[in-house]
Design a protein around this ligand. Structure first.
Ligand SMILES: *Cc1c(COP(=O)(O)O)cnc(C)c1O
Length: 392
């Protein structure tokens, strides 16, 4: 006989999933109803309005794709691109490379503009690429690179795309709910996010939003979207408000309760307050990390408050530290990814997990583990440095 699965209770301070608010887990366990039940449809309408609020947009084409962030990425590229199109991709980490994969699998051409990992996207290089490729259809980039902890200037990049008559495509999987994001003010044409990062919801859904201009491009395609499941022209038969809703696929009913609850929580807190909370907890954490003698990969100006890439001395055993944190403290932090594997940790302070208790807990656990591994650390000094930020 196989027993029921009972996961250990962890504190999730990696690159996602982040700690889920208990209110969201409770919402998830409410009774399942039909995905065309009038009560459910009412909740869908509220979810759409809440997503418009979270993205700061009035875009009619705003909905959660029934699959994780990667599917949101795929939805954007497969719906906007046709064979032979050209897309400029600014890459400064792992997720930009996935954009390239998506573009090429659509039969389109990816023009890569590469920046160093850990750096923000160079807007001058992006502009040069736009000038050199007047036939490009879109400019795509990652707002918050989770592989490095670097923030890029989405407002300026979207402005450049518009200036050169290109669509702007923004990966906001890690930015939504954690840092300033204003889809309409910034003129974003297509954006996708995820539920398991700063929304602190369960993994498995991907909010997306398209400007009217981008929606027009999708409606006027010459060829069918090659993915039946992600074809928004079909999905809109279920999520659209103009038509009577009809079956496309069975919506993940309970996961949508969870998303609804996470957005209600965000609305209660207020977007600006959520951004401020992420910034404050980052500042306290950074003060503590520096007091421990560790350093950041990204220049202060471009750091993401919700994802900290922390470098450690070569003498420190990466895997031993992470497994000691997990086994002895039930604390998950992330390993380095891609070019940064083995030389950094990625420590998330996302959504519900971005709080004072986690900041102080992580600093003291990390300090203890590092001193067990032979590094000289002063846990009291790190805690005091973090505390001093909260007392300001
Ligand atoms: C996590 C992440 C994704 C992928 O989201 P999944 O939900 O894991 O599919 C895409 N882009 C960025 C920047 C991410 O951090």
């Amino acid at each position: 006989m196989t027993n029921s699965f009972h996961p250990p209770v962890r504190t999730l301070m990696g690159p996602g999933p982040s700690d889920v608010n208990p209110r969201i887990l409770e919402a998830l366990s409410r009774p399942t109803i039909g995905h065309l039940d009038p009560a459910f449809i009412e909740m869908m309408d509220e979810t759409k309005a809440l997503l418009q609020f979270a993205f700061q947009t009035s875009n009619a084409l705003t909905l959660p794709v029934s699959a994780p962030g990667s599917a949101g990425m795929e939805t954007v590229f497969t719906n906007l691109l046709e064979r032979g199109d050209k897309v400029i991709i600014c890459q400064n980490g792992v997720f930009g490379a996935r954009m390239k994969e998506n573009v090429e699998r659509c039969g389109a051409e990816a023009i890569m503009v590469e920046d160093q990992w850990g750096c923000t996207i160079d807007v001058d290089k992006a502009e040069r690429a736009l000038r050199d490729n007047p036939d490009a259809k879109a400019l795509a980039f990652v707002h918050a690179e989770t592989s490095t902890g670097a923030r890029s200037d989405a407002e300026v990049l979207c402005g450049l795309a518009a200036k050169y008559d290109c669509l702007s495509i923004v990966d906001a999987v890690t930015s939504l709910g954690g840092i300033e994001l204003k889809v309409d003010d910034w003129g974003v044409d297509a954006i996708y996010s995820g539920t398991q990062k700063c929304l602190s919801c369960v993994p498995g859904l991907s909010p997306v939003s398209f400007s009217d201009r981008a929606a027009e491009v999708i409606r006027n395609r010459k060829t069918k979207v090659q993915s039946w499941f992600l074809d928004l022209n079909l999905v809109m038969g279920y999520w659209g408000s103009e038509t009577k809703r009809s079956y496309h696929h069975t919506a993940p009913v309970n996961s949508l309760y969870a998303l609804h609850e996470s957005l209600v929580i965000l609305e209660e807190e207020g977007l600006e307050n959520a951004w401020r909370r992420h910034a404050l907890n980052y500042q306290a954490f950074a003060a503590g990390i520096e007091a421990l003698g560790l350093s950041f990969v990204v220049d202060e100006e471009f750091r993401l408050p919700q994802l900290n890439a922390v470098s450690f001395p070569a003498s420190v055993d990466d895997a031993r530290v992470r497994s000691a944190l997990l086994n002895d403290y039930n604390l998950e932090i992330g390993a380095g990814l891609g070019a940064l594997a083995g030389s950094v940790w990625r420590i998330g302070l996302m959504g519900f997990a971005s709080n004072k208790k986690n900041v102080l807990f992580c600093l003291s656990a990390l300090s203890n583990v590092l001193s067990d591994c032979g590094m000289e650390t002063d846990s009291a000094k790190a805690i005091a440095a973090a505390q001093s930020i909260y007392c300001n």
